[in-house]
Write a new protein. Sequence first.
Length: 171
Amino acid sequence: MAGYTIGVRIIIFALLPSWGLSNAAAAMVGQNLGAGKPERAEQAVWRVGFYNMVFLGVVGALFVLFAEPLIGTFTRDVQGLPCGVSCLRTVSLGFLFYAYGMVLSQAFNGAGDVWTPTFINLFCFWLWELPLAYTLAHVFRWGPRGVFAAIAIAVVGAVLFKRGRWKLKKV
């Protein structure tokens, strides 16, 4: 548990700038939809998503390469260190997807569509990630690595964003 907690705290710290970029995308969507320019709103979202992907891609690569010294900064526990390293490396592999997912989720919010991200989160976390984590950890006997892998797998927002119904919302 200690290794996992350290890994997740490092991950959350790294995600803070991405949340800021995602919130900026929401503001740009609301502003452009309010100005009657939905295509410009969509362009802004894809651009911010790309910037976020580049940022988190670099951070994720650094986390994969330097996971052991990073986790080792916070613990020397012989059981916690490998678990934290595994968590940091495995979850970081999903950073490219998180980058777009975070921006797209906030774009729906900026368009005034709060139900789409709610349903995405409900589906991804409760109906997909939790059963997948259990299955990978227990049925396939991956243990903690199965839980970490399940965290890195979920992506649904891009499909719904591309459909474009959010452009029709009244802001």
